[in-house]
Design a binder for this molecule. Structure first.
Ligand SMILES: [Zn+2]
Length: 178
């Protein structure tokens, strides 16, 4: 499988591909079912001629406590693999959007019992204000019913809202679309 970096015309070198491969093993501290690659937070990887590794990481929701934990998890995994010179640069622009969650990541969220973002942040009817705003029709990750209602604006973190399915009566979290 070829993994494409943030730069579309840039094919990863074997050294860079090795880093991307290691990143597939780094779970998101907040949703361990997802890797940091599923989240799409790693924007760029480069490996210098002395083996120094540089990464651009765009944090998810600002203020999300997972951000520092994500950087630490990445650094730990690379250190374990013998990469001692690791620079992680936090890149805030362009801002992370839930559109960057991979298709595989959305499936993993659903399997984990968290409804993935509905629609796209860049798409029609959506806006970045939606974190505190509109109420999308969120299908239940357990039974697929759209007869769901929001119980609380915030779930276990500000990134998620608490929902309940009125068909199967199961509560679930919705990963907000931003
Ligand atoms: Zn349900």
């Amino acid at each position: 499988m070829t993994r494409v970096t943030a730069l579309d015309d840039h094919r990863p070198s074997p050294a860079e591909a090795a880093i991307w491969h290691l990143l597939e093993e780094v779970p998101d501290p907040e949703v361990p079912a997802l890797t940091v690659l599923d989240l799409g937070v790693v924007r760029m990887v480069s490996v210098g001629d002395r083996g120094q590794v540089s990464l651009d990481v765009t944090p998810t929701y600002s203020g999300c406590p997972a951000t520092a934990a994500i950087n630490m998890a990445i650094r730990d995994r690379l250190l374990q693999a013998g990469y001692e010179d690791v620079q992680i640069k936090t890149v805030l622009s362009p801002a992370w959007t839930s559109d960057w969650i991979s298709a595989a990541g959305k499936e993993k969220l659903r399997a984990y019992g968290i409804a993935p973002p509905v629609g796209t942040a860049a798409g029609e009817g959506a806006g970045r204000g939606i974190l505190f705003g509109a109420d999308p029709n969120v299908p239940c990750p357990h039974c697929g019913s759209v007869q769901t209602q929001r119980v609380s604006e915030f779930g276990s973190t500000a990134c998620k809202a608490q929902y309940r399915c009125t068909d199967c009566l199961e509560p679930f979290e919705y990963f907000k679309c931003i």
